[in-house]
Design a protein around this ligand. Structure first.
Ligand SMILES: [Zn+2]
Ligand SMILES: [Zn+2]
Length: 153
């Protein structure tokens, strides 16, 4: 594992926090949470944890990139909740609210030092959204061109 870096949802830098004695990496921008499998095993009861990890291990890779190695994480459906994890790095990603839904865990409380990060993160989210909008516009142009070519034939 290379350490846990950016949020897979919004690319904001992840915080470094604790839920009880367990180390977690929350995203101040989207409320998601990264943590390692060994840390999650300490937090969750085993009836919840083992099927959860088994589902991720047998799931195919999906869209979200691992916050540690940047490769696509596996996405599994666990009790109707889509969860992501990297089997190589044994890193789990939980979107906002999923830790409560799946493991009855409270969200971590952001530290004072993270307030500044949060502001930066928000700006980065806005920048990412802007890029996405530009990409959408490009995709639309591309589709129109394809249609025109099709008509020309
Ligand atoms: Zn995020
Ligand atoms: Zn990984």
């Amino acid at each position: 594992m290379n350490g846990i870096n950016a949020c897979p949802r919004c690319q904001a830098p992840l915080g470094d926090d604790r839920l009880g004695s367990v180390r977690v990496y929350p995203c101040a921008a989207c409320g998601g949470l990264a943590l390692t499998v060994s840390q999650l095993r300490r937090l969750a009861d085993k009836e919840t944890f083992y099927p959860f990890w088994a589902a991720i291990r047998s799931a195919p890779p999906a869209l979200l990139a691992c916050p540690s190695c940047d490769r696509p994480m596996s996405a599994a459906d666990v009790s109707g909740v889509e969860v992501d994890g990297c089997v190589r790095c044994t890193v789990i990603w939980l979107d906002a609210g999923e830790q409560e839904q799946l493991f009855s865990l409270p969200p971590p409380t952001p530290k004072a030092t993270q307030v500044a990060d949060q502001l930066i993160a928000r700006e980065q989210v806005a920048a990412t959204r802007q890029r996405r909008r530009q990409q959408d516009a490009l995709d639309t142009t591309q589709r129109l061109l394809e249609l025109l070519l099709w008509w020309a034939w």
